[in-house]
Ligand binder design. Structure first.
Ligand code: MSP
Length: 514
């Protein structure tokens, strides 16, 4: 397949020292929705996720758990691959930075940089707090202590540096020439002013711990996290083999989705590393916002971490996927609350979408001999609803290309709203007695509108959308976007199974079903 048809999307690789939480699930979910959308649109997709397994924190966490680092990372990494299964993520690969393919890749990138004089040996010095496990600059200190109040000590150790400072102008030029490289816009502006403020060379090795990729030709050093972590995106497509079919097809990546806290690494360090090694930078980096929990910052010490699997068990997978991508414009911060979750799942999914499908398919079942009805001549109202359904594909393509998931969903729900109003206006239940031919036309128009809605909802709510398409007897092979529009229309006379509800309501304990 040609490069133009390929689509490469990545999530961050997650630190294994934490249990999977909402932040991990959120970025991967957005990637998954985009990957599914592009596949349904006929693109050849590669969706990569995985785990970031090196560094001092992992070394310490392993020793605290009384385990060898390798055994520890094996065990912890599995929690993330399991999360992918539990959330229905369709990643095509799962990369781990301790894999041989990655060690070979990052060592090769290092050599390419060293060969171009982009890396040199110097001394890393700073105020270190053992308690915070963090370095501070002189200006960070408050009365000689860390801003957290922890004592600090001056430490110096030999370190390799990447000549990041030399890339300032070329980075700015790159941002200027590629206005879509960083999104959203406000984040782009932040990165640009950060780079304009001046870049200093970046420490890329350590001698103070061992759990990392050894620096080629200097085994006292291991690589320091970001050069190791970021390189996963090219390892995943076969680097250092730049003739690898996947590398040729998929690099540069179409989009790296990341949280706002790690945008700088992706939008500054990563393109600088790549340009310095004479490799093309990714096409786009999109930074999403952070979730709070019932209005409060999420933190381990507050004990209010949101476990994505517990959410799915409580509300359902489609429901959680829909909520996370609908509630907050992708790129903004947002709040998770039980109330908002229930309102989305009951109002939008159960009432608006679920009831539309249930009402229409029950009437088809009862009044049309459980077959797709035969339509007669179309009236204006029919044409209008179908035209809105047909227009959705282009509108959603535009939204997904901008990672604007919530606008895609708003658009889908506008058509769901229009279909519900059309049902009320046309009153097909009354036509059953007065004008059965017209009733069949109305129900056909509705069934065809629902087919469009379900096909296009698959990337976000794959379970419910699939069940709607099952109930419309749409073949598995006819659920891609190529089937949208009149050519793939439902065939009158096709027998349909008895309809069943697709989006259950959330019932508060003690309230009983309504
Ligand atoms: N290992 C690095 C990334 C390397 S990528 C080459 C890392 N790992 S992480 O496990 O900390 O990743 C966490 C991801 O979860 C980040 O994208 C971060 O933005 C996201 N979130 C963590 N807490 C979050 C919220 N409360 N809300 C939304 N996302 C948040 O960083």
């Amino acid at each position: 397949m040609s490069r133009a048809n390929a689509y490469y999307i990545t999530s961050p690789i997650y630190y294994v020292n934490d249990a999977p939480h909402i932040g991990h699930a959120y970025t991967s979910l957005a990637c998954d929705a985009l990957a599914r959308f592009m596949r349904l649109d006929g693109r050849e997709v590669k969706f990569l996720t995985g785990t970031d397994e090196h560094g001092q924190k992992v070394e310490k966490a392993a020793s605290a758990a009384g385990e060898a680092p390798q055994a520890f990372v094996e065990r912890m990494s599995r929690r993330f691959s399991r999360l992918s299964d539990q959330m229905g993520f369709t990643n095509d690969d799962f990369i781990r930075t301790t894999e041989q393919r990655h060690v070979a890749s990052v060592q090769r990138l290092w050599r390419e940089l060293a060969a171009r004089d982009q890396i040199y040996l110097g001394v890393y010095a700073g105020w270190y707090s053992v308690r915070d496990e963090a370095f501070y600059t002189e200006s960070d200190l408050v009365d000689g202590m860390a801003p957290t109040g922890a004592p600090v000590e001056w430490v110096e150790e030999p370190s390799y540096f990447f000549r990041l400072s030399a890339w300032q102008d070329r980075l700015l030029e790159h941002y200027e020439n590629n206005p879509d490289f960083i999104a959203p816009e406000t984040r782009r502006n932040e990165v640009i002013s950060f780079v304009k403020g001046g870049l200093v060379d970046l420490s890329v090795s350590r001698t103070s711990f061992r759990w990392g990729v050894p620096v080629p030709d200097d085994p006292d050093h291991v690589m320091y996290v970001w050069i190791d972590a970021l390189t996963n995106y090219i390892t995943g497509v076969g680097y250092p083999d730049t003739a690898h079919p996947e590398y040729r097809r998929f690099w540069p990546a179409d989009v790296h989705l990341v949280g706002k806290d790690i945008l700088r690494f992706h939008a500054v360090y990563w393109p600088a590393f790549l340009m310095a090694a004479e490799l093309p930078p990714p096409k786009r980096v999109f930074a999403h916002g952070w979730w709070t929990n019932e209005g409060r910052k999420i933190s381990k010490s507050l004990g209010n971490i949101i476990d994505p699997v517990a959410l799915v068990e409580r509300y359902g997978l489609d429901q959680v996927r829909y909520f996370l991508l609908r509630e907050v414009p992708f790129g903004n911060d947002g709040d998770f609350s039980h109330r908002a979750m229930v309102s989305r799942m009951n109002d939008d999914l159960a009432n608006d979408f679920g009831n539309l499908v249930q009402r229409v398919l029950s009437m088809v079942n009862r009044n049309c001999d459980a077959r797709v009805p035969e339509p007669g001549a179309l009236e204006d109202a029919d044409e209008k609803l179908l035209a809105a359904a047909h227009a959705l594909l282009d509108e959603l393509r535009d939204s997904f290309a901008r990672q604007s998931f919530h606008t895609a969903l708003i658009r889908l729900w506008e058509v769901i709203g229009a279909a519900n109003r059309y049902v009320d206006e046309q009153a097909p239940w009354a036509l059953n007695k007065t004008d059965p031919a017209r009733m069949r036309t109305v129900l056909y128009v509705l069934a065809e509108t629902i087919r469009h809605l379900a096909v296009l909802a698959q990337p976000i709510t794959p379970g419910g959308a699939g069940r709607i398409l099952d109930q419309l007897a749409v073949d598995e092979g006819a659920r891609g976007f190529a089937s949208l529009g009149p050519d793939g229309a439902l065939v009158p006379g096709t027998p349909l199974a008895k309809p069943e509800g697709v989006f259950p309501r959330y019932v508060e304990a003690g309230q009983g079903a309504r």
